[in-house]
Design a protein around this ligand. Sequence first.
Ligand code: NCD
Ligand code: ZN
Length: 347
Amino acid sequence: MLTTLNIPMPDDWHLHLRSGEMLNKVLPYTCQHFARAIIMPNLPSPVITTADAKKYRTEILENRPDNHDFTPLMTLYMTENTDPEDVRSGFLKGEVTAVKLYPAGATTNSDAGVKDLEKIYPVLEVMEQIGMPFLVHGEVVDKDVDIFDREAVFIDTKLIPIRQRFPNLKIVFEHLTTKDGVDYVLSSHKNTTATITPHHLVINRNAMLVGGIKPHYYCLPVAKRELHRLALVQAATSGDPRFFLGTDSAPHLTTAKESACGCAGIFNVANAISVIAQVFENEHALPQLEKFLSLNGAGFYGLEVNKKQIELERSKQCLTIPKNIVLAEGEVTAFDPMMDVYWKVKG
Ligand code: NCD
Ligand code: ZN
C-alpha cells in the first residue's frame, strides 16, 4: 500500500477568503497547502471592477504570512452593469483572471447578481474573444423550483443557451453537486470544466438533515442524494482534465450558522487535501490525485504547473478534526468529514 506521495503543490480554483480579521485568520491555512487560488468576489460590498480587485488583492497580500509566496488570482463579480472594457483591460494586464456569475439571490452576498442573462452578453462576447474564464454559480433561483433541482434546471434553462450562443467561451461550472452536472460536462467540449469541493465528495444530504438539523453541513449548492455524490467521486477520481478542485471553503462565524436562519458555507480548507486524498485512496485512485489537485486546473487556466512539491504521508492513526478558528467576534467551525482520514500533508 502507498504510504507517501509527492505531488506538485495544489491550487484551489474556488475560495472565499473574506476580509478583515476573518481573512487574516483563514489565509494561513490556504498558504500552507496551496500555491494559488481563485478568489471569490462576493464580499458584502462585491468586487465589481478591476480597481476593486486590485484593492482586494493588496489586502490579501498584506495578510499573507511572511514565509509563503501564495498567489491570489482575482475575479470580478458579474453584474448587469459590468463594463466589458474594464473586464478586457483587467484581464489583459493580468490583474483579473476570471469573472464570476451569481444569479441574484442564489447564495451569500449575491443580491447584486444577475437577473437577466442577456444583459451580460456584451461582457461574455469580450470574454470569449480574449479567452477569459466565465465562472458560473449554476443554480436557478425561481421560487417554484425545488432547491434540490436548482442545478439541473440551470443546465437546461441557462447553461445550454449560453453555451450555444458562445461556443468558444471558457466556462467553469462551479461546485458541481449533481450527476446531471457531471453528465453535462462530460457531454460538452473541452471548454466546459467544473470544480468539485471536498465536502460534496464525502457528504450527501443526510449529513445535514438526519438525526437533527446540522447547520455545519449546510452550504450552497446543497448536498444532494447519494447517487449524485457517487457521480462526483467518479468524475474527480477519473483523472478527466475537465474536473479539478475548488474547495469553496466559505467561513462564517459559528453563531451565524447555528441560527434560525443559518448561513450557507463550510470552512474546509484546513483538512481539504487530507480528506480528498482519503477519498482517492478509498477509490484506489491515488495515482490520479495530482491531476485533480495540481494539474487539471492549471491546464484549463493556461498556467504552469507549480514547481514546488508537497509530500503526503499516510499515518497509522486516524487524523483528528482541525481546531476551530478563534476570532475576536467568535469561532469558525472546521469541517468534520465524518469518515476516517489517514493522509496528512507533511511539513
Ligand atoms: C458561499 C459563501 O458563503 O460565500 N457559500 C456557500 O455555501 N458555498 C457562497 C457560494 O459559493 O455559494
Ligand atoms: Zn463559493
